[in-house]
Design a binder for this molecule. Structure first.
Ligand SMILES: [Zn+2]
Length: 285
């Protein structure tokens, strides 16, 4: 019984503002511990529910995706971290032998209001990301990629907005709401000490329900996929030259790029690439 846990930071209990999750913030060290303890709460619940293997993968894009406190993390899991992973940036550990995916500390998609630190992949770079004309967020990428591999998404923790957005797609998923967003950087928070047992209980229930065959796998997914990425800034010369040299990208307007991909692994990589494609000669993704 293999459980894959993607851990992000914006939806961690108690955190509400950008400076809470950026390495320049005064509480960043403390907040890394809060992130690790929410992850531990999920790991604990997963094992209590019947997991025999737990793989944790870091999803928060600061410090080269090395944010968890490795001294504090539950030693029963493995942790995938660091930049330059094979496959989609933050789904390297998601394989077809995974039984269920848990999204811990995730956040609402770009354009959401309210929604704590709502964004899709690159806050600074992307105003909106659409798939087939509809705005999507990171949980959508995970749900579709997991479904391509035949794996269900079983749980999300974060604010009420990411919970609603995931449940609209995967109504069977457990949603643990650890804060009620008022805006994009203000929420009514359940203190982490009280939120963690909720995460543990949700993860335990998720694994038990997975073993009982109660979760669904998203239906009707399959490439090719067509995305539109609305950039915050007009596309500069370096990005233009980079994307014009690559397959799967088409510049539609001054700040609008169409991305196409045969599957969601490549789709995620190509969309994420646009977040750092503005340096001359950077084409690896
Ligand atoms: Zn993040």
């Amino acid at each position: 019984m293999k459980v894959f846990i993607s851990v992000d930071m914006e939806g961690i209990s108690g955190l509400v503002r950008w400076m809470d999750v950026s390495s320049q913030g005064i509480d960043f060290g403390r907040n890394r511990d809060l992130m690790t303890l929410d992850a531990n709460a999920a790991i604990d619940g997963a094992f209590a529910g019947g997991a025999t293997e737990v793989v944790v993968e870091e999803n928060h894009g600061v410090e080269d995706l090395c944010v968890l406190n490795m001294e504090l993390i539950d030693p029963r899991c493995r942790v995938i971290r660091g930049a330059g992973r094979p496959g989609a940036t933050t789904m390297a550990g998601l394989s077809a032998d995974t039984d269920v995916v848990l999204l811990i500390g995730h956040h609402a998609r770009a354009g959401s209001f309210p929604g704590i630190m709502a964004h899709t992949i690159s806050y600074g770079g992307f105003k909106l990301v659409r798939l087939g004309g509809e705005p999507i967020g990171e949980p959508d990428f995970f749900a579709i990629r997991a479904a391509e591999l035949g794996v269900p998404i079983g749980m999300v923790s974060g604010d009420q907005v990411v919970a609603q957005q995931l449940n609209a797609l995967c109504p069977w998923a457990e949603a643990v709401v650890v804060k009620e967003a008022f805006a994009n950087q203000s929420a009514d928070c359940i203190p982490p000490v009280r939120a963690r047992p909720m995460i543990t209980a949700g993860a335990k229930r998720t694994v038990e329900r997975t073993l009982a065959g109660e979760l669904g796998v998203l239906e009707g997914v399959g490439g090719p996929y067509e995305f539109e990425v609305e950039m915050r800034q007009p596309i500069g010369d370096a990005m233009r030259a980079n994307v014009e040299s690559l397959e799967g990208f088409e510049i539609l307007d001054t700040a609008l790029i169409r991305v196409s991909a045969p599957d969601m692994d490549l789709g995620f990589r190509r969309v994420a690439y646009l977040g750092y494609a503005d340096s001359p000669g950077v084409t690896r993704h």
